[in-house]
Structure formats: C-alpha cells, structure tokens
Design a binder for this molecule. Structure first.
Ligand code: GLN
Length: 228
C-alpha cells in the first residue's frame, strides 16, 4: 500500500480521553490500554506506523482530529449527523448503548423518569446532547469525564448518570450501591474520526479495519476486554 501522510512522520497519532473503560483507560503506571488503544495499534502496524496516544478531554479529542492536530480520534466516538458535518468517520467497529446509572432504590425506573431530575453526563458526549434535548439544559450537568460524573452520583449531587454501557458496567462494578437500568436510552455506532476530506488516511484506516475484521483480530481484542 502507498505510504500515508500523517501529522508526525512515521507515527499514527490518536487523540483520546483515557478515562473510558474498557475502550481506553490509564493504568497505574500511566500506560494506556483498552479496546481502542489495541485496535489503533493494530491499524498502525498495518500501515507501517508507530502508534502515538495523546490523552485529553473528550471534546478536545474530537477537535484535535477535526483540526488535523491528531490523525484520528478513537474514544468510543458515536457517529452522529452533527459530527459528520465537521469530520469524516471510518466504518463502524463497535456498538454502544447509552445507559442510565442510578443508586439502588432510586425511583427512576425508565428514561422517562429522568424528567425533572438532575442528570450527570460527560461534557461533549451524545449522552449530554440527548439529555439536554429531552430534559432541558438546566437539568443536565456536564462533568470532565464519566468517572467524575459517577462520583457526583455517589455523593448525591445528581440523581442519575447517562453514559455508554461498557464504561457504565465498569463504573457500577467498582461502586456498590449503583445499578444500571434495564431500559437503554439510545443505540449507537462507534467509529474512528478523521479531519474532513482526509480520504487518503480514511481509506487506509478502513482497509486496515477490514483486514482486522476478516482475520478475527478485532473480535479477539473486544473479547479480551468485554466478557459477554
Ligand atoms: N459515545 C459517546 C459519544 O461519542 C461517549 C464517548 C466518550 O465519552 N468517550 O459522545
């Protein structure tokens, strides 16, 4: 394959928010790991590049790819019509569901019950966008990351947290007294975002993704982090 031009020669620079387990998280040693990190590493290898991970807030990670400061954003990013106006997306490589986390014993049992409640979300996410649309901006608090939102729920500062199901499960497992409602809030597709018009890179990423899907690498990475 023809060499791909990247932000840093010889590297594939990925912007992310490494506080979104199991897609991207920071280990005690300060290393990055997770599904997105490993898929990005496998893509980089296919393209003959070295993966460079740049950790930042989620909204900044999206902007970095949009503005060509990173080659791509991988952060459990949901494909939305709004985002498609400002960036291009690869083929889908995973699915997400917006879940609702509440304390055990909460009177919130369905998404409709969120009406009038204080809802914690992560700034710049689809969870934030859906909740502000459905329940009004005054009822939604945007935190720097999902973990901070869950801590606010633990402290009683919000009544519920709306966040993607995979991190929701990890946060609930780590915080006794919280539970995930059975009713999902929204179904979504995750993809890799690149600067609008960067078709050379996008085609290379999609080609690599296709190979990783065909040879089972993608599934093996997901299975390593998510036990069904
Ligand atoms: N999937 C959600 C979104 O794209 C949340 C992603 C995240 O918090 N890392 O908005």
């Amino acid at each position: 394959a023809a060499a791909v031009t990247t932000v840093n020669a010889g590297k594939l620079t990925m912007s992310t928010n490494a506080a979104f387990p199991p897609y991207e998280m920071t280990t005690d040693n300060g290393d990055f790991e997770g599904i997105d990190i490993e898929v990005a590493g496998a893509i980089a290898k296919k393209l003959g590049l070295e993966l460079q991970v740049d950790d930042m807030d989620f909204d900044a990670a999206l902007l970095a790819a949009q503005n060509g400061k990173s080659d791509m954003v991988m952060a459990g990013v949901t494909v939305t019509d709004e985002r498609l106006k400002v960036m291009d997306f690869s083929d889908t490589y995973a699915e997400g569901i917006q879940s609702i986390i509440v304390p055990e014993g909460s009177d919130i049992a369905t998404a409709d019950d969120l009406s009038g409640k204080a809802i914690g979300t992560q700034r710049g996410t689809t969870g934030y966008l859906y909740c502000t649309d459905d329940f009004g901006e005054e009822n939604v608090i945007a935190y720097d990351d999902g973990l901070t939102a869950v801590q606010a729920l633990n402290n009683g500062q919000v009544d519920a947290v709306v966040i993607d199901n995979a991190p929701a499960q990890e946060f609930v497992a780590a915080n006794p007294g919280l539970k995930i409602l059975d009713t999902a809030y929204a179904q979504e597709d995750y993809a890799i975002g690149v600067a609008k018009g960067n078709t050379q890179l996008l085609d290379a990423i999609n080609g690599a993704l296709e190979e990783l899907q065909a040879d089972g690498t993608l599934q093996a990475i997901v299975d390593k982090y998510i036990t069904a």
